[in-house]
Design a protein around this ligand. Structure first.
Ligand code: NAD
Ligand code: UDP
Length: 338
């Protein structure tokens, strides 16, 4: 049987790079597209170094219909994993149109062309942010959705658009994956998260403190109704997340229909617990400065993982120590990023 051909949008991004490694190791042919707005072309070399397989990369913006059409005409694509998007919450508040244009209009362009070229299998990168402030944890897929910022709204809008598309034409098979908090890196230390500016997210910030690029971590709020007062999240190793995409593709190949599924570990970890784990693994002290809560943050959010287990036969395997150890190796090997 011919190797499956998978188009990966946003291919040089953090989560996509790790997923490309899994796809190549599985024997898929990978066509990667990215406009490099938030990533480095070096990622492609690194993926190829890890897997000793090649990836067809095109520097393309998903909103560029002509360029995208050329790619869709050139390959016999079996399925698409759609990672491309902007993800900085703060920036989305100050520049909402940029987010709606990129994340929503970009996805419309992509979907229209997929429809035109008869490609009906899609995996979409959504986020736990669509749960807003969850009324109860662990949060299941049927929980109410809401958005507190334009980034979250762009994810929700795409999710709703995908539901409408499936309703109108049930030949679509769409997996909407709601990621919790991806962290860690491939254990080669060759690929990992490489924030361009000051990191917004906890783990890359801690790693930059540990390596000496920043003096201390600001703890955003120590008065949440949690065990130690700091915010609780569901951190998931990026390689577990990457495997989740393969499980989703397998499900789409084997069954009709579409689904929405959480990808998390099902366990909540506080900021202070994450700091302590990183200190243990790195042997470094992470100074912490307690500051006010960050606007829009929720106290506690972690996933119900039953549906992922039932539908995909998937569950996260790596623990917090491994997440920190792999993140730290990547940071040490690449102190300034790629
Ligand atoms: P990332 O920024 O590392 O990767 C996204 C990639 O998409 C980047 O390489 C960027 O250059 C590319 N891109 C952006 N707009 C594009 C466009 N118009 N055309 C082509 N390429 C474009 O981010 P990531 O953390 O790997 O996230 C991947 C996806 O997962 C995003 O859709 C994000 O919203 C979603 N997500 C991420 C997280 C997280 O915490 N990292 C959590 C939930 C969901
Ligand atoms: N956080 C923090 N300092 C930082 C970055 C994050 O205290 O510099 C906290 C944040 O308030 C939240 C947790 O770490 O409780 C995870 O934040 P992140 O931005 O990584 O994920 P999200 O809040 O989007 O789930």
């Amino acid at each position: 049987m011919a190797e499956p051909v998978i188009l990966v949008t946003g291919a040089t991004g953090y989560i996509a790079a790790h997923t490309c490694v899994c796809l190549l190791e599985r024997g898929c042919k990978v066509i990667g597209i990215d406009n490099l707005s938030n990533s480095s072309p070096r990622v492609i070399e690194r993926i190829q170094q890890i897997t000793r397989r090649s990836i067809d990369f095109h520097r393309i913006d998903i909103r560029n219909q002509t360029a995208l059409t050329a790619v869709l005409k050139h390959y016999r694509i079996d399925a698409v994993i759609h990672f491309a998007g902007l993800k900085a919450v703060g920036e989305s508040v100050s520049e909402p149109l940029k987010y709606f244009d990129n994340n929503v209009c970009g996805t419309v362009t992509l979907l229209r062309l997929l429809q035109q070229y008869g490609i009906r299998k899609l995996v979409f990168s959504s986020s736990a942010t669509v749960y807003g402030e969850p009324a109860a944890v662990p949060v299941g897929e049927a929980a109410p959705t809401s958005a507190t910022n334009p980034y979250g709204r762009s994810k929700l809008m795409v999710e709703q658009m995908l539901q409408d598309i499936v309703r109108a034409d049930n030949s679509w098979r769409i997996a909407t994956l709601r990621y919790f908090n991806p962290v860690g890196a491939h254990d080669s230390g060759l690929i990992g998260e490489d924030p361009r500016d000051i990191p917004n997210n906890l783990m890359p910030y801690i790693a930059q403190v540990a390596i000496g690029r920043r003096p201390y971590l600001q703890l955003f709020g120590d008065d949440y109704p949690t065990e130690d007062g700091s915010g609780v999240r569901d951190y998931i190793h990026v390689m577990d997340l990457a495997r989740g995409h393969l499980a989703a593709l397998d499900r789409l190949s084997a069954h009709d229909g579409s689904f929405t599924v959480n990808l998390g570990t099902g366990r909540g970890v506080s900021v202070l617990q994450a700091v302590a784990a990183f200190e243990r693994v790195s042997g470094k002290v992470i100074p912490v400065q307690r500051t006010a809560r960050r606007a829009g943050d929720v106290a506690t959010c972690y996933a119900s993982v039953h549906r992922a287990s039932e539908l995909l036969g998937w569950h996260a395997e790596h623990d917090l120590e491994k997440m920190c150890a792999d993140h730290w190796r990547w940071q040490c090997n690449n102190p300034e990023g790629y």
